[in-house]
Structures are given as C-alpha cells and as structure tokens.
Ligand binder design. Sequence first.
Ligand SMILES: *[C@@H]1O[C@H](CO)[C@@H](O)[C@H](O)[C@H]1NC(C)=O
Ligand SMILES: *[C@@H]1O[C@H](CO)[C@@H](O)[C@H](O)[C@H]1NC(C)=O
Ligand SMILES: *[C@@H]1O[C@H](CO)[C@@H](O)[C@H](O)[C@H]1NC(C)=O
Length: 491
Amino acid sequence: MELKLCSLLLHLLLLLPLLVGATHNYGDALSKSILFFEGQRSGRLPPDQRVRWRRDSAISDGSEAGVDLEGGYYDAGDNVKFGFPMAFTTTMLAWSVIEFGELMPFDELRNAATAVRWASDYLLKTIAYPNRLFIQVGDPIRDHNCWERPEDMDTLRTVYSVSSEKPGSDVAGETAAALSAASMALRQIDAGYADRLLEGAFKAFEFADTYRGAYSDDPELKAGGCPFYCDFDGYQDELLWGAAWLRRASQNDSFLNYIQNNGKTLGADDNINEFGWDNKHAGLNILVSKEFLEGKVFSLQSYKESADSFMCTLVPESSSPHIQYTPGGLIYKPGGSNMQHVTSIAFLLLTYANYLSRTSQYVNCGSIAISPASLRAQAKKQVDYILGDNPSKMSYMVGYGDKFPQRIHHRGSSLPSIANHSEFIACKEGTIYFNSSNPNPNPLIGAIVGGPGEDDIYEDDRADFRKSEPTTYINAPLVGVLAYFAANPNL
Ligand SMILES: *[C@@H]1O[C@H](CO)[C@@H](O)[C@H](O)[C@H]1NC(C)=O
Ligand SMILES: *[C@@H]1O[C@H](CO)[C@@H](O)[C@H](O)[C@H]1NC(C)=O
Ligand SMILES: *[C@@H]1O[C@H](CO)[C@@H](O)[C@H](O)[C@H]1NC(C)=O
C-alpha cells in the first residue's frame, strides 16, 4: 500500500513539469499561421476561400504595362505587392514544407501547399518575359497615404521591373530561390508544375547572374522600393542563395561548382549573422552545410563553421558574444518588426538541429559541443514567448489564446468589411477607422505582429506599425516551426 502511494507520488512528480508547464496548442497555432495567408491574398479569390471578409482586389494588376500580374500577396498591412519580400516569403513557406511538411496533419499540409502555390503562380508571371522581371505593383507612397481596403483600392498600380539595363540580381536571385524551393515543396502533389517552377528558377538565376546589380541602384526603382524594401546589403548573397536552392532542388553539379567558384567573391566568408528578406547569410550557411554534414562535399566545411558560429550566439552554454534578448527572453533586434527575426531564427535553429541529429553531429562552440536538443530548446522558448509565455501574458498571434492584439496595423482588418459596408470607402475616409481605439472589426486570424519593444511592452496601438503590423515573412518560417512543435510538443 505504502509502496503504491510512493510510486504514485513519484509519477505525479514526474508529470508535474507537464502539468505546470501548460504546453501550448501548437496544432491550433499552426492552422492559424497558414490561414493568415488567405487574408493577404491579392487578385480573384477562389470559391474555397476561408477568410470570408476578403473579396477580389487588384484584378487588373499589370495592365498598366500590358501584362498580367494578378495574384500574389500583399506584404503586410498595406496593399502593395513588393516582389523582394514576397519571393523571400515564398522561399520560407516552401522551406517550411520541405523540412517539416511530413509532420503536418494532411489538411494543413494541403493548406500550406496551397499557400506556396498562390505565391509561385504569381512569381511565374513575373518572369514570363525574357530579360525582364516584374518586381513590384503599386505606388507605395500613394498607397501608404491612404487607409483603404484592398477591394476599394484606387491608387496608382504602377508596375516596376528590372531588366538587362536595370539589373536586379537581388530580386531575381531570391525569385530563383523561391521557385526552386517551391518546386521541391510541391513536387509530390504536382510533378509537372514542379518542373515548370524549376525551369523558371533556372531562368531567373541566369538573368540574375548575367546582369548583375542591385535594383535599388536605379533611381526610379529606388523611388518605388525604398525606403520600404531597399536592398541595403547588396545582391551578392542572393546569387549564392539562389544557386544553393537550385543545387538542392535540381542536384545539378553546375550550381555546386558555382558556389565553390564564386563563394569568396560573393562574400560567403563575410559570415554575417543575419537572416531576413534583405540578408540571406545565416540561412545560406545552414542550407549549404547540409551537404557537408551528409559527408558529400568536404569543400563546404566553411559553411558549417559559419553556421556553428551563429548558433553559438544563440545558446547560453557558449562563451561567444550573444544575441540581444528582452528581459522576458525574446530575441530582439532594433529596427521594427522584430518578430521577423524571432521566427526566422527559430526556423534556423530547428532546421539545423535536424541536419545535425540526422548525421549524429554537434555544434562546435570552441571548447564545448552543443547538441541539437539544445538548439530545439532555444527555438521552443521563442515560440512559447510568441504564444503567451511572456511578461504581458498575451499571445502575439491574432486569434490564438485568450488575449491577443486587437488593433493591428492592417487596412483590410481595421476597416469594415465589404459584407457589412458595401459602399466605397475612399482614401481619406478610412482615417476615422485608423484613428479609432476600437478593436479591428475583421480579426486577421493567425497574423503575428511585429511584437513588443526591447522592454517586452506592447501597447496594441494601430498607429505604431513597427509593433502592430503583421507581415508575410514573419509568418512564413513560423509555419515550419509550429509544425515541428505540434508533432513534438515536449521537444
Ligand atoms: C545543369 O545546369 C546547367 C546550367 O547551369 C545546364 O546547362 C545543364 O544542362 C544542367 N544539367 C542537367 C543534367 O540538367
Ligand atoms: C459585421 O460586423 C459585426 C461586428 O461589427 C460582425 O459581428 C459581423 O460578423 C459582421 N458581419 C459580416 C457579414 O461581416
Ligand atoms: C486622426 O488622428 C490624428 C492624430 O492622431 C489627427 O491629427 C487627425 O485629425 C485625426 N483624424 C481624424 C479624421 O479623426
């Protein structure tokens, strides 16, 4: 009897961390993180559209230049289609499916694939003409000057493109990466379509590499894309990134040779610990080191070393300089929309952990070796912070948990829906809704906002776009991360 009680107590003690540590409903968060992309859709919406407060919008995009550029995603809380971050979003959504798709419930895998395809269909349109790539639709100054639903949009839909005379190796290189990754993510569902994507990727890469330059060096394109999505760090990283994705998707040695022959001149050794729509270095190091870890290509060792040195800045055990955290434990980089860094770094932590554990290897941090489990624990802390384990005790995903952002900086979400208010709401007529302190009438379920400041404080203020605006590239890497934790809630 006593023995039984003892063992019961022991069991309870073992269970305690589980009971107290109230794990999150990662599966629910996963579904919502994918649903978010339906709210960002541009163009004609299909009958199975689940976000019902949205309607068709921008259906004649491209007509200004006599081409079809309908579709794609609005990048954030405005109604512009910026090609550079849209391509990066596509790469990350596809990479989420490639690494973690097999862990997703069937319905969510299908929804994630649909979200990838919505973007890749658009990217194929942007490369439909030789030696030209359409990089943006919408005049951002005019657009940002209005608080207008996408369905009402009457601002200039200026079409911007790069060409042999005005090169854009950054956008073209990222487009090559996106189409390659999408071809891998969608191959099982539709092999013919995957082949088309891969052909498009070849084409985009050839264009990027032949006509080298940054799009924001051109005055007209600079006026269009900057200051929103200027190419600040140069196009070199996107050439390597595009080649690395083409290598992975096609297994063609010519891209491996490209990486080996051009790595130095294109700055592979710069070893910059950044990963986002502008800077691909940290992601490139992890992607490329996979082949080295698998023991296939020894000459790629330096990529593993660079990947390790980034990982060492993320784990407390190492003695290297560490990345900045808020007092509550959130990765923090100044500059606004901080969650983009959090989700992309969490993605890299998990992806690298998988590459290492499948090949029984470790992160080398000088005198100590860091295990894949330690990387996963760091990723989990970040995700749990996003979902509610934080000083404000709120979730930063709209519609997840009991307390979440109510006044996100998002035109469609904050204006009355067409269903409730079919009359046109003109550019400046939207200001009263922008200024209102009421919650948004149309919750954009699954949207992750830019997030709290370096003091963990979040005011839920619609005007404060650095904190309250969602973006597609915040959500895209999180899709993979949530798939991992939905399948492994306790790591
Ligand atoms: C590999 O890529 C190069 C172009 O970079 C191409 O010329 C060649 O045909 C490709 N090889 C295969 C087997 O697809
Ligand atoms: C109209 O708005 C109310 C809240 O303001 C909301 O409850 C309702 O679902 C909306 N109706 C439609 C058709 O969107
Ligand atoms: C909106 O708020 C700004 C300041 O926050 C104010 O200048 C402006 O007059 C307000 N506009 C309307 C239409 O309420």
